[in-house]
Structure formats: C-alpha cells, structure tokens
Design a protein around this ligand. Sequence first.
Ligand SMILES: Nc1nc2c(ncn2[C@@H]2O[C@H](COP(=O)(O)OP(=O)(O)OP(=O)(O)O)[C@@H](O)[C@H]2O)c(=O)[nH]1
Ligand SMILES: [Mg+2]
Length: 341
Amino acid sequence: MKFVDEASIKVQAGNGGRGKVSFRREKFVPFGGPDGGDGGDGGSVYVVANAGLNTLADFRYQRSFKAGNGEPGGSRDCSGKGGADREIVVPVGTALYDVDTEEELGDLAQPAARVLVALGGKGGLGNQRFKSSTNRTPRKATPGHPGEKRELRLELKLLADVGLLGLPNAGKSTLISAVSAARPRIADYPFTTLHPNLGVVYVGPHKSFVMADIPGLIEGAAEGAGLGIRFLKHLQRTRLLLHLVDISPPDPAADPVRDARAIVAELKKFSPDLAIRERWLVLNKLDLLPPKDAELRCKDIVRRLRWKGPVHRISGLARQGTLELMQSLMRRLDELPLGAV
Ligand SMILES: Nc1nc2c(ncn2[C@@H]2O[C@H](COP(=O)(O)OP(=O)(O)OP(=O)(O)O)[C@@H](O)[C@H]2O)c(=O)[nH]1
Ligand SMILES: [Mg+2]
C-alpha cells in the first residue's frame, strides 16, 4: 500500500553574467581607464511550503524550473542586473531529496518554510577590477559562474480529503479509477477491494485533492460481517464522505434505500464523529437504466431516504457526471478548512 505521493523535478539556478572589458572614452581624455562592470549574479531556486496545497499533482505537468540568468556587465562601471529567483510552491509536509546523492535537502513541515535547492552562479568580474599600479589597461574580465543544477525527488505523505463509502459493488473502485491515476482491482463480485487505495484527483493547476477507496461495508460490519469496519479508520481524517449507491442492484430483492440506511448505521457504530461528517449522496450506475427510469428511481431513493444534503447522479463506468462531481468537491474542499479533524 503506497500512501505517498512522489514527483521528480529538475531545478536549475541562473548563470552569472560575464564581466565586461571596456575603457572610458571621453572627450579630451586620451587614455580613459578601464570601466567594464561586473556581471550580475544568477537567480537561485527555492522550494517554499504552502498550507493551501495537499498533493504533488501539479508536478506531473511541470517538471523543470529555472531561475533567471544574471546580465553581463556594461561599460561605465555598470554592473549587470541579477537574475530573478524562482520559487517552487509545494504542500506543507513535503520532503526533498537530491536524486543523485539521496541526500535529504529539507522537510518542509511548517507553512512558509523555505529551502534553497540551487544556488545562482556568481557574476564575472569586469576589467576595472583588474586595474593595478602595474597594469592600468587590463583587458581581462571573467565569465560568470554556472548556476547549480539538480534533480530533486519530492515526497509527500498523502492524507485523504474525500472518502468513498458504500456497499460492495457500489462502484467505488470504478469511480476512483475514472477520476485519478489509482488502478484498484474492479470486479463484479463483492469485496474486490481488500485494502484502501488512495488516488489524487487533479482538477486544475494548484487544484487537486486526495480520494480514498476502501473495502465495501455491509450490514453487521461493526460485528465483523464482511470485512468489518476497521477500514473506516482510513476515513477518519477526511473532510467529506461520498456515499455511493447503486440505483439498480443486480439482485431484484435488494433495496438501495434499506442498504443505504444500513451503511449509515454502521458508520454511527464505528464513530459518531464520522457519522456527522459532511456526506454527499452519489447515485451511481445511471447508465444501467433508460434516462427516464433512472430519474424516477433517483427521485424515489432521495425521497424515501428523506435526504436533505447534496445529491449527485453519475455513472462511474461511463464517466457521466464525474467531472462535475469532482469540480463540486474541489469547490467545497476549498471552503472547508484543511486538517479540520
Ligand atoms: N453499468 C455500470 N457498472 C458499474 C458502474 N460502476 C461500477 N460498475 C460495475 O460494478 C461492479 C463493481 O464495481 P467496483 O468498482 O469493483 O465496486 P466496489 O464498490 O469497489 O466494490 P468492492 O471493492 O467489492 O467494495 C464492476 O463489475 C463494475 O464494472 C457504473 O457506473 N455503471
Ligand atoms: Mg472496490
């Protein structure tokens, strides 16, 4: 079970600008002295922790970060401008390693913690620096130093933001596969999932959250039926739960409403805290019925459950309504405080 998000990125600091060889040229001054300025220093690369982020998903899209180069020195003693620094923003809790040496470069445990990961190159010296009593017209200047380059590995222990609840076969693993890179086993028999899976749901730049898929629950789970309720502990730190209900279970005797109530009862037995956590009803497998029948079935379930909270209608398999659901979740998570529990 891997509950660690990882990313590897390349960082490159800016090179120093080269120093200038130049001589003063003024009217009536036949031999002006050297006036070549120094090159500017290259910018450095820093990694900074931000409490508003919770995954490394953005680094799948951008992997290389460069700071600005220093500008070359100019005539008339003008130094070159320094290159701009570059900051890479990561979630609080990210650890940094140098890929080549395995050295740990930092653990950004606190918000706003900042670690230098690639130092900018020093600018070169202009020829005015080489002026001496024996050499009044130095033609020498030095090139800038190259900026540091490194490959970094970022590691973050994942905490789930959203937990999936539901009977076996409700389609939890199918949903997490549809919206994240997690690839749990999926099959049409109960208890396909035997341990929790986490997936990172990427909604847009700096917009992602972690979803947890756990084994299905059945009535009597608190007393050990099925796989029991011990997996619910993985949902304890989530901020929101999705309760998945199959609107058209294969067993004609099954009643989605009765089963949904049974799941909530198990949840209460496990933890009253978790039972009052924000929970959305997700009516799944809409593709199994003609749209009109699906609509009637959904209305009936909501009415009989006397459900007052948010309701989403989706088909995880057909990826119908899944994008909208993920966007609504992201918006809601932006409002809910991080680590509220
Ligand atoms: N038609 C249809 N079938 C679905 C949908 N979602 C899941 N299924 C099917 O339902 C069965 C169970 O899906 P899973 O995703 O394994 O269900 P689960 O909730 O993870 O089940 P457990 O791991 O056993 O708790 C599989 O055969 C899926 O292909 C859906 O939206 N539409
Ligand atoms: Mg599963």
